[in-house]
Design a protein around this ligand. Structure first.
Ligand SMILES: [Zn+2]
Length: 293
């Protein structure tokens, strides 16, 4: 009996010390912020100092788990098969164009990613739901999209992001873990409110909180003019996607971007002819970042 109790106590202390080790030294381990420059899937995070205690995989899962709050649909495993993938992205919605975009995407049977901003009206809430119900990915593009507000400090940025997270959780039932910075990660408009280097500081906090952020490697140029020429949008996407295997295409979901809607079916058709299939972005998918902190 005494032997048994001793054994149990020993097991108990072993477990307690493992728990203390896991929790207690999280500050000294490599953190997400110190991860390799090119963001990689979770399993590529640096291994803990003592690999015998816990595998690198379990460690990084534990690390991400502690900061990560994504509760949305399960992410698909990364498709390692060859082939070309196009990630269409629509920024700044929802808008009067949202349903038209959804209709076109549905006609072609393809999925895209919507980096939305805050729209706390019945119509806005309904549109978030329609985007999600159609199987597209929702990403955070900040609630206000107001450069002077969000780029004042990392804290101000995260406050705005969390505000949209809250609204999305109320409407579609989950908080996205993917994000696009208004203006992209290398924008200079942030310098005025936040000073040089603000984007790097903001990006560090974004990553530490478990988000992945996405810029683009193909611009539709639909933001280069108030109403860009339809053919310019088509030509820009086609020429910028040439020779690339994975493309993140920047487009806008905006009431006034009528030529984006006109160009969209042609863009999809031309990308399909060039051998691309379409997918939604998620935390572990291909990313393209102008700047890594
Ligand atoms: Zn935007």
């Amino acid at each position: 009996m005494g032997e048994m109790r001793k054994k149990l106590r020993k097991q108990y202390f072993t477990w307690v010390s493992i728990c203390i080790a896991l929790v207690g030294c999280s500050g000294t381990h490599p953190t997400i912020e110190q991860a390799p420059k090119q963001l990689a899937p979770n399993h590529a995070l640096p291994a803990p100092p003592n690999p015998n205690r816990l595998s690198a995989e379990a460690y990084s899962e534990d690390l991400v788990e502690s900061r990560h709050f994504y509760t949305g649909p399960p992410h698909k495993p990364i498709d390692a098969s060859s082939g070309k993938t196009a990630f269409l992205t629509f920024d700044d919605g929802p808008s009067d164009s949202t349903r038209k975009i959804l209709r076109i995407l549905k006609n072609y049977g393809i999925k895209a990613t919507f980096f939305v901003v805050g729209s706390d009206t019945n119509e806005g809430r309904t549109l978030y739901r329609e985007i999600a119900a159609d199987g597209h990915a929702l990403g955070n593009h900040t609630f206000s999209h107001d450069y002077n507000r969000i780029y004042r400090s990392p804290e101000a940025f995260m406050k705005d992001v969390h505000k949209l997270d809250q609204l999305l959780e109320e409407t579609v039932g989950y908080r996205p873990d993917i994000l696009r910075f208004p203006g992209g990660s290398n924008n200079h408009l942030s310098w005025k409110p936040g000073g040089r280097g603000i984007m790097s500081r903001v990006a560090q906090v974004v990553k530490a909180e478990g988000y992945q952020y996405f810029d683009w490697n193909v611009s539709s140029t639909d933001a280069a003019a108030p109403v860009q020429e339809r053919d310019m949008i088509i030509d820009s996407v086609v020429s910028a996607s040439r020779g690339k295997k994975s493309i993140i295409v920047l487009m806008h979901d905006s009431t006034y971007k009528t030529t984006t809607l006109e160009a969209l079916p042609v863009v999809i058709g031309k990308l399909q002819s060039a051998g691309f299939h379409f997918d939604t972005l998620n935390r572990s998918s291909f990313t393209f970042q102008f700047m890594t902190p």
